[in-house]
Every structure is written in structure tokens, then in C-alpha cells.
Write a protein that binds this ligand. Structure first.
Ligand code: ADP
Ligand code: MG
Length: 258
């Protein structure tokens, strides 16, 4: 039996809901993620689908360790991430990368494509590949279907789909094991969505990647996902493979999404 690469165990994230500007008074809490558990196997794509505000991006930030859960545990390769020391944590961070929704706002407009894609090497200088940073960046541009000669261009000189490819190249730079894709095609035209999803699929087999693929639309994740988890108000309503989610949805919310 294969061990899961990622285990999310009863994870909860509550944010305080406050009133008042100077004397902040807590009047309640937002249950952004409210007891979520799932396992992901190496090389698998788990689709996570749910309407806006159901907690998908919060879950993504928790898996990325950008925030700590209120309770619950996140295990990566058999280890509880909360128990890692700073050095081990730094190494693990390389293994889990994120590709964000909106290539218009997630790319710094004043940085060249070369600097954007090569920035992870600045943060982790120990992993700059042998041929040097420039060569590595050009190889990455080539891998995602961009012209390696465009390394000195700026984000505004690219189309939406090309900008998303820049974000993907950056996500690949450190050779991660897992990529959390937070609505990576939601801002793109439908025709471009398919091309970018195809790119994700070919990269997955080429680099042996595991994906958490977040979308607000079930149809987007249908072909790329091995299993789909349907989120509703911070909880997982149901999780299953294509046949169970799309042909025999058990939860009324899944039926409504379809
Ligand atoms: P999704 O990505 O599915 O649209 P989010 O994870 O962004 O959902 O948000 C889930 C809920 O948590 C929303 O009600 C949102 O307003 C709330 N939320 C998210 N981040 C914060 C935060 N930093 N502080 C307070 N509330 C937050
Ligand atoms: Mg979101």
C-alpha cells in the first residue's frame, strides 16, 4: 500500500470576528475551515471544489504552512509539519509550492519574467542548478511553453494564459513534490483554461507531481482530478472519484453545483 504524501487531519481554522476600531471586541468567529480531513497519494490530483467563501484558499494557506491551524494536524511525508524544526521546515517548504489564481495581481509588474521565475532561487540559494540561474529560468520557460528568449520581458507584455504559465514556471523552479493550485484557471477565458489544464497534466507526468487543484466549478476539475472533494461552509460535503461525484452525487450541495 502506498503511503499518503499529504494528510490533513481534522483541521480547523477560525478567524476572530471583531467590532470597533480602537477597542476591538470579539463578537464571534468565522469558521473558515471547520474540521477537514483527507489524504492525498503521491502523484494523485485531488480536486477541491466549492463556492466562493467556503474556505478553499484558507485550506490552501494551511497546507502551505503560511498560517497555522486553530486545531488539527497537517502531515507531509509521514511527519507532522507542526513538529518540524526551522531547518527541516525550510527544506519542506521547497517541496510544497503554490500557483495562484490571478496572474494579473500575483506577478510583480516591475519584475522581469526572468526575475519572477528565478526568485525562488534567491530565497533558496542552495538549490540553484549547475548551469546557473539564467539557464535554469530559460529551461523553466521552455517547459511551460514560453519562449526562453522572452526572459527580459515584463508581465504586461504577455497574455493572461501566458502569465499563468509564468506563475507555473515559478512554482516548478524548486522541483516541488506538491503544487497547490488555487483556482489557477478561474481568471482565464474558457478556451485558454483547457490549454493551461493540459499543461498542468503534462507537467504532472513529467515531474511526478501531486496536485491539490482548487476550483469553484466542478467542470474545471473533472478531467484533471483522480478524486474530487466538495467543500461547503468550511467542511467537506463529500469526496469521491469521477463516477461517484459526477454520476451519483450523494450530497444535495454537490447536486446543486452540478
Ligand atoms: P474561498 O477561497 O473558498 O473563496 P476563503 O478561504 O478565502 O474562501 O474564505 C473562507 C472564509 O474565511 C470567508 O468567509 C472569508 O471571509 C474568511 N476569511 C478568510 N481569510 C480571513 C482572514 N484572514 N481573516 C478573517 N476572515 C477570513
Ligand atoms: Mg479562494
Amino acid at each position: 500500500m502506498t503511503e499518503p504524501i499529504l494528510q490533513v487531519k481534522d483541521v480547523v481554522k477560525h478567524y476572530p470576528l471583531t467590532r470597533g476600531i480602537i477597542f476591538k471586541k470579539q463578537i464571534g468567529q468565522v469558521r473558515a475551515v471547520d474540521g477537514v480531513s483527507f489524504d492525498v497519494l503521491p502523484g494523485e490530483t485531488l480536486g477541491i471544489v466549492g463556492e466562493s467563501g467556503c474556505g478553499k484558499s484558507t485550506l490552501a494557506r494551511l497546507v502551505m504552512k503560511l498560517e497555522d491551524p486553530t486545531s488539527g494536524e497537517i502531515w507531509f511525508e509521514g511527519e507532522d509539519m507542526a513538529r518540524l524544526g526551522p531547518k527541516a521546515m525550510r527544506a519542506k517548504r521547497r517541496d510544497i509550492q503554490i500557483v495562484l489564481q490571478d496572474p494579473y495581481t500575483s506577478l510583480n509588474p516591475r519584475m522581469t519574467v526572468g526575475d519572477i521565475v528565478g526568485e525562488p532561487f534567491e530565497i533558496h540559494p542552495s538549490v540553484v542548478p549547475k548551469g546557473g540561474r539564467k539557464k535554469a529560468v530559460q529551461d523553466l520557460l521552455d517547459v511551460v511553453g514560453l519562449n526562453p528568449e522572452h526572459i527580459n520581458r515584463y508581465p504586461h507584455q504577455f497574455s493572461g494564459g501566458q502569465r499563468q504559465r509564468i506563475g507555473i514556471a515559478r512554482g516548478l523552479a524548486l522541483k516541488p513534490k506538491i503544487i497547490v493550485c488555487d483556482e489557477p484557471v478561474s481568471a482565464l477565458d474558457v478556451s485558454v483554461q483547457a490549454q493551461v489544464i493540459n499543461l498542468f497534466e503534462s507537467l504532472q507526468s513529467e515531474f511526478n507531481l501531486t496536485y491539490l487543484f482548487i476550483a469553484h466549478d466542478l467542470s474545471v476539475v473533472r478531467h484533471i482530478s483522480d478524486r474530487v472533494a466538495v467543500m461547503y461552509l468550511g467542511k467537506i460535503a463529500e469526496v469521491g472519484d469521477e463516477a461517484s461525484i459526477y454520476e451519483h452525487p450523494a450530497h444535495p450541495y454537490t447536486q446543486a453545483l452540478l
